[in-house]
Write a protein that binds this ligand. Structure first.
Ligand SMILES: [Mn+2]
Length: 487
């Protein structure tokens, strides 16, 4: 491919090359124009959005209010992860730890000790160190942490083994995230051993260990107004990415070139990372649910499925759009797309306080089953096909998941074996799909290689719901007219 382009260049006259180059610039200016207008608006609000120190404090108070008396909770920051040899992955704080501290540095630990007279909130973090800071950047240090993060006490992380057994000592119960990180599990046990070894001379070691997750994750499941604002902002940035990719898409472009448009929009708007690995699947790749190779060429007649969302200030967005490579849906693609869109509308309509978690899913299953019968892709009566789960040949996943700081956010879906009821402040994705693989010989050839998913982030509100991910073409008419203007 590269060699072919090289030859092509050498064979062109200078005038011809200049014209070609000019046409490139013109195309680029034109396609990004509509997108850029709204990006600019975003940039004006740069840096103005975060969670307040007060809210982090409120979260700690709420968690401590639910802990058993005479207990301690320990939360560790995320460990840095090696990518290969000396190179590390971009650091991302542990969501639970960040939720309670707002602190983004590694090598830190938070202890919550309700009722402790000398201070209930104790942080351990790296000390200020001129040499380290010269190599790796600014460190907050324990002294400034007290003021900046609003904790009661802060100590150097290097002193933790000397200090923390004394904080655990005399407490009946230790809450921590058990069984997720071997090295942290071992450290907690080491601290307990120190107390046990001294037990003969007085202090008693804790007798109960409890998983912290449940209490904390129930808090995280219910989003505050400030969190919702950040999620809306994340979705807004992602929308710019989706529009940019849609605008430049044409047969011959590579999937990773579309991915680049997404990530360019994310980063230039202040998102430092996608919330998950972006999926850009053209043609049959759209039928692979977790496709992320993103290295195939977009062919004429393909549908492109993009499932991508940025993370903004530790909050995720998760959006999927499916559109035709050439800007025009074929009749078969249209027929499948209409069903998925109707299913998404029905599922979103089912999102309101008091309805069970699976109501939106069931609504989507009903519409998809009926739609597939109408097209002759399923045969039988709707009620019976739903019962036998015949739709699963085409729609094999659930309609959505909680979303928040994690793209698949924390929080139980069932309480006592029953689907829980939706409550104001919860946010879920709604993402039905139909996937007909190119190798599916059970259906007529014209249907094969069509994969469609449409996904938005939906907040449960008092009066029903609010879609957080707006402003991206979604109906067939919206997509076709957006792409015809862009091309
Ligand atoms: Mn999703």
């Amino acid at each position: 491919m590269e060699r072919e382009i090289g030859t092509w260049f050498r064979n062109q006259s200078p005038i011809c090359l200049a014209a070609w180059f000019f046409s490139l610039i013109k195309a680029k200016t034109y396609t990004t124009l509509t997108v850029e207008l709204s990006i600019k608006k975003d940039l004006e609000k740069k840096g103005s959005m975060t969670i307040s120190k007060r809210e982090f404090g409120k979260r700690r108070k709420e968690l401590m209010a639910q802990m058993e008396s005479n207990s301690i909770a320990l939360l560790a920051s995320a460990p840095p992860r090696v990518r290969n040899n000396d190179a590390e992955y971009q650091y991302r704080q542990n969501s639970d730890f960040f939720y309670l501290t707002g602190f983004t540095e590694p090598h830190a630990l938070l202890a919550l000790i309700p009722g402790r007279r000398q201070g209930e909130v104790v942080l351990f973090c790296q000390e200020k160190n001129k040499e380290k800071e010269l190599w790796n950047g600014y460190l907050l240090g324990p002294d400034a942490a007290i003021e900046e993060l609003g904790v009661d006490d802060a100590y150097p992380i290097d002193d933790i083994d000397d200090i923390i057994p004394g904080l655990i000592e005399g407490r009946d119960r230790v809450y921590y995230s058990m069984g997720k990180d071997d090295s942290f599990d071992n450290r907690v046990m080491d601290w307990v051993k120190v107390i046990r070894n001294k037990a003969k001379i007085g202090p008693h070691p804790p007798s109960e260990f409890q998983v912290l997750d449940h209490l904390l994750h129930e808090l995280r499941l219910h989003k505050s107004p400030a969190e919702i604002k950040l999620m809306e902002k994340a979705a807004k940035i992602s929308a710019e990415g989706h529009k940019a990719a849609m605008a430049v898409c044409k047969p011959g472009i590579m999937e990773y070139e579309l991915e680049a448009e997404l990530h360019y929009a994310f980063t230039r708007n202040g998102s430092r990372s996608p919330a998950y690995v972006s999926i850009v699947g053209a043609g049959d790749n759209a039928c692979i649910l977790h496709y992320d190779a993103n290295n195939a060429e977009v062919k004429k007649g393909d549908l492109i499925l993009i499932d991508a969302g940025c993370e903004y200030e530790h909050y995720a967005s998760d959006i999927t759009r499916t559109f035709p490579a050439s800007g025009k849906f074929s009749p078969e693609q249209k027929a499948i797309y209409e069903i998925v869109l109707k299913a998404q509308e029905a599922a979103i309509a089912a999102v309101k306080p008091g309805t069970p978690w699976d109501a939106p899913h069931n609504a989507s299953v009903k519409v998809i089953t009926q739609g597939l019968i109408k097209l002759g892709l399923l045969k039988g009566r709707p009620a019976q096909l739903i019962k036998s789960e015949a739709y699963k040949d085409f729609y094999m996943h659930r309609v959505g998941h909680w979303i928040g700081m994690d793209v698949h956010d924390v929080g139980d879906y069932k309480i006592d074996d029953h689907w829980r009821l939706l409550e104001t402040g919860m946010v879920t994705t709604i993402e039905p799909g139909i996937y007909i693989s190119a190798s599916n010989t059970k259906v007529a050839k014209k249907w094969r290689g069509i994969g469609v998913r449409i996904e938005d982030d939906v907040l449960v509100t008092k009066s029903g719901h609010k879609i957080l991910s707006t402003g991206i073409p979604k109906t067939i008419q919206e997509i076709e007219s957006f792409m015809s203007v862009a091309h």
